[in-house]
Design a protein around this ligand. Structure first.
Ligand SMILES: NC(=O)C1=CN([C@@H]2O[C@H](COP(=O)(O)OP(=O)(O)OC[C@H]3O[C@@H](n4cnc5c(N)ncnc54)[C@H](OP(=O)(O)O)[C@@H]3O)[C@@H](O)[C@H]2O)C=CC1
Ligand SMILES: CC(C)(CO)C(=O)C(=O)O
Length: 296
């Protein structure tokens, strides 16, 4: 399959690098990473060790069967515009947060699939990406239901040994992942603690309330997600990722913009009743971003 990965940072390089073992892959990213990959190949280190040889560029090729989007959520609109030149048959987002599929489907004609990914990745240096956790890609029709396109896409991932599940309930899964990120990311970033610090105490209670608010907004949006399910999933992820620094904690440490708009901000935007925990977390992170001139 001719696959284009838009946003060859940490996750895009890992997934694109793995897919390049059996597919014709182009990584679209930044210099000097893309020239290093073109010249020397992409080295994957950590929990998976291999070198593959995807093509790499700063602009999109003129066609693609599948485009995988792995930019940060605040760059999705720009990614969608850039992808018009490749006119991909199928577009798949593996990003965190809500609203990415909507941003992609507006300017693009191809089928847009929803996805989540529990692989962990970190760009170590140009040409080298670390796999910090072997996980699963879950994908399916963005509105839910069976999808032959999703089955074909999953087949392409599996033929490259990327563990993949096709799900007929992607809306619920996206909200469930959102509840986890809404509970963990901003709190660990603001308190500068690893995920495991939310296993007990006041911060853990606030995280559970953020997840429960998210579940309520999901139900108001027509997605069946009980509070207990959202809190159970949050607690399970806090336990399994206890030593991790959340991506938002890492963003704050690096002085970079966060994905707050697509996480707690997305909950606030869709809520028809007050969601005080999500509103507070959004306001605090946005204030930090404004103070750093990372948002207008
Ligand atoms: N890393 C991980 O383990 C996981 C990440 N995710 C999600 O995946 C998404 C990506 O995360 P991650 O890989 O960590 O982020 P990164 O910032 O490492 O990767 C995104 C890359 O896309 C590049 N990019 C943005 N816009 C363009 C453009 N117009 N042209 C070319 N390149 C562009 C960025 O460059 P620049 O920074 O210069 O703009 C950056 O290199 C997020 O939504 C994240 O939440 C989900 C699961 C796991
Ligand atoms: C699941 C979790 C919270 C793991 O750290 C994550 O997705 C993130 O940090 O963005």
């Amino acid at each position: 399959m001719r696959i284009l990965v838009f946003g060859a940072g940490s996750l895009g390089s890992l997934i694109g690098g793995l897919l390049a073992a059996t597919h014709d892959v182009t990584l679209v990213g930044r210099e000097p990473h893309v020239s290093t990959v073109r010249d020397q190949g992409l080295e994957i280190t950590g929990e998976i060790e291999t070198t593959t040889y995807p093509d790499a560029d700063t602009t999109v090729p003129d066609s693609a069967e599948l485009a995988i989007v792995t930019v940060k959520s605040y760059d999705t609109g720009e990614a969608a515009q850039a992808l018009r030149a490749a006119d991909p048959d199928v577009v798949l987002s593996l990003q965190n947060g809500l609203g990415n599929e909507e941003s992609l489907s507006e300017p693009l004609d191809g089928a847009v699939l929803a996805g989540t990914c529990t692989y962990g990745a970190r760009l170590v240096e140009p040409g080298i990406v670390g796999c910090t956790g072997v996980g699963t890609v879950t994908l399916g029709a963005r509105g839910g239901g069976d999808s032959a396109v999703a089955e074909r896409t999953a087949g392409a991932f599996e033929s490259a040994d990327v563990d993949t599940t096709v799900a007929a309930d992607m809306p619920r899964r996206l909200w469930e992942k959102l509840a986890i990120n809404a509970g963990i990311n901003a709190i660990t970033a603001l308190a500068r603690v690893e995920n495991g610090a939310l296993a007990e105490g006041a911060a853990g209670d606030v995280a559970a309330r953020a997840a429960a608010e998210t579940a309520r907004v999901a139900r108001d949006s027509g997605v069946e997600l009980p509070d207990e399910r959202a809190i159970d999933r949050l607690e399970a992820v806090v336990e399994t990722t206890a030593p991790n620094r959340s991506s938002m904690y890492q963003d704050l440490e690096a002085g970079q913009r966060t994905e707050i708009d697509a996480i707690n901000g997305a909950v606030c935007e869709r809520a028809s009743e007050p969601v005080p925990i999500n509103e507070t977390l959004t306001a605090l992170i946005e204030t930090w971003e404004r103070g750093r001139n990372l948002r207008s």
